[in-house]
Design a protein around this ligand. Structure first.
Ligand code: NDP
Length: 494
């Protein structure tokens, strides 16, 4: 670690708090390998302290009125707007993704807080018509927060994936304990300090405990947590889901994908190639919704492969902070090795590497890999079934629309899918048949705070974004009032 590396601690109850343990985790800039910060590896006692703090804060936060919460969330949005550039740079220093991608994300985050602030202020309960026994029964339905949300997030879009949970959770009246990825903990700590210094969010409502998987597991298992929210791999999601099951806590899981991007003969091929590049090479392929299986109709397959491979060759790799860079490094060396292993596995199973798979000459550090095009891929191969989480497109030839849909749906995952066609009847037909939580037609990788996002199958449980996400963070209460004050028959239901 360099002598100038910044030293961070946990953030609990509005303060920077030292860990009860001595172990620390280095934070590295993947572009050049510089260790520029360190954070504590949180202990179980650290998690206990944060959960206890959040429990106390939750009791007060839930009592605030919807207007007060809306005002606080709008304040968070304004503070985020003011710090978007700084936070975007911080994100890039942690995960090496392009500054224009990360700053684009941090620039938009305020909208989530404004949206959920507005939603909760305009939300209403229901009155329900019930059998009006002797003119005396009244029923209404209301919503209440769970209490303490334990949130565990990955490294690829740290603050965005935090915001997808935090904004609706706060709007609904919950307090929050956050365990960010060990690769990208600093932006959450900086964000927490901004909330303390520049908003009126009460201390203790948002707490950050840094650490590795064990710290996340301690949070997931904690009996003071009332609801879990997780984004990450399907394997870890199963462990978090199991912990939630043991505690009988609700859980939302946003997990991995192996999303199909389907090119049909009537597609505008220039546009489709751009869409496939956007799907798999943007963010160096490190996105849950990567269009990593490219399913191409046989009528356009050869032309597509030739032109797409040419495009892959021309991608500009380099410094993620530089505006001309199109693809930066993967986030850490193990991820680079994973990508290499998959390329070799594809080769061993009979796929052809049309381009890529190597660290290009002249790139610094040890995390760069060329945009990679695998052709002659069969949907049964490992490179078509497992999430690689790197810039590797597996191109699969399909015979017709039916084969395309069957192949697209032949996966354990179901996060997203794209379809490229100028035939609008076909677009509707295929969008309807694709088994995925999000389908794009003639677009890929667009999102909004207003539209629900989440997975079918092994890609997850529950939804983030949209009005649906507010309900992930509040429970429903049905209240019955007997207005005539008399219990009828005590031995029957009704
Ligand atoms: P991981 O599942 O490895 O880690 C996610 C988070 O869980 C990290 O904070 C991690 O800590 C923590 N963690 C690890 N082990 C445990 C455990 N046993 N109990 C509780 N928490 C634990 O995912 P990655 O960080 O590698 O992120 C990449 C994955 O995230 C990909 O599979 C990707 O598809 C998915 N993802 C899904 C999205 C979606 O919305 N569906 C969006 C973005 C990513 P630590 O970092 O210290 O290991």
């Amino acid at each position: 670690m360099s002598k100038t590396a910044e030293r961070y601690d946990h953030f609990v109850d509005g303060e920077s708090v030292a860990s009860t343990g001595d172990e620390r985790i280095d934070v590295v800039y993947p572009y050049d390998g510089e260790v520029w910060a360190s954070v504590p590896a949180g202990t179980t006692a650290d998690v206990d302290r944060a959960v206890e703090t959040a429990r106390a804060a939750a009791a007060e936060w839930r009592e605030t009125s919807p207007s007060e919460r809306r005002a606080t969330l709008y304040g968070i949005a304004d503070a985020l707007d003011d710090h978007a550039e700084e936070l975007g740079e911080l994100e890039t220093r942690q995960n090496g993704k392009l500054l224009r991608e990360m700053a684009g994300q941090t620039d938009a985050l305020g909208e989530w807080y404004r949206y959920y602030g507005s939603l909760v202020e305009t939300a209403r309960g229901d009155t329900v018509p019930v059998e009006n026994k002797d003119g005396g029964l009244f029923n209404y339905v209301d919503h209440e927060p769970y209490g303490v949300v334990g949130a565990i997030t990955p490294w690829n879009s740290p603050l965005m994936l935090t915001t997808w949970k935090l904004a609706p959770a706060l709007a609904a009246g919950n307090a929050f304990v956050h365990k960010p990825s060990e690769q990208t903990p600093v932006s959450a700590l900086r964000f927490a300090a901004i909330l303390r210094d520049e908003t009126d969010l009460p201390d203790g409502v948002y707490n950050v405990v840094t650490g590795a998987g064990e710290t996340g597991a301690a949070l997931a298992e904690h009996d003071g947590v009332d609801k879990l929210a997780f984004t990450g791999s399907t394997a870890t999601g199963r462990a978090v889901g199991a912990a939630a099951g043991r505690a009988l806590n609700p859980v939302s899981l946003e997990l991995g994908g192996k999303s199909p991007n389907v090119i049909l003969p009537s597609a505008d091929l220039d546009n489709a190639i751009n869409g496939v590049v956007k799907g798999i090479f943007a963010a160096t392929g490190q996105t849950c919704l990567a269009g990593s299986r490219v399913l191409v109709h046989e009528a356009v397959h050869d032309e597509f492969v030739e032109r797409f491979t040419e495009r892959a060759r021309s991608v500009t790799l380099g410094d993620p902070m530089a505006p001309e860079t199109e693809m930066g490094p993967v986030a850490f060396r193990e991820q680079w090795e994973t990508v290499r292993e998959y390329v070799e596995a594809g080769d061993a199973e009979g796929a052809t590497v049309a381009y890529g798979g190597e660290q290009p000459d002249g790139t610094p550090g040890e995390c760069f890999v060329q945009p990679t095009v695998l052709v002659d891929v069969d949907n049964g191969m490992q490179v078509a079934r497992e999430e690689i989480f790197g810039p590797v497109a597996s191109v699969i030839e399909v015979e017709d629309e039916t084969d395309a849909v069957e192949t697209a749906n032949d996966t354990d995952y179901g996060l997203a899918a794209g379809v490229w066609t100028e035939d609008m009847r076909q677009a509707h037909r295929v969008a309807d048949a694709l088994e995925a939580g999000t389908v794009w037609v003639n677009e890929y990788r667009t999102l909004s705070h207003r539209s629900p996002f989440g997975g079918f199958g092994d890609s997850g449980l529950g939804r983030e974004n949209g009005a649906e996400a507010l309900d992930e963070y509040r429970q429903t209460k049905s209240v019955w009032i007997d207005l005539d004050g008399e219990v009828d028959d005590p031995f029957t239901l009704g």
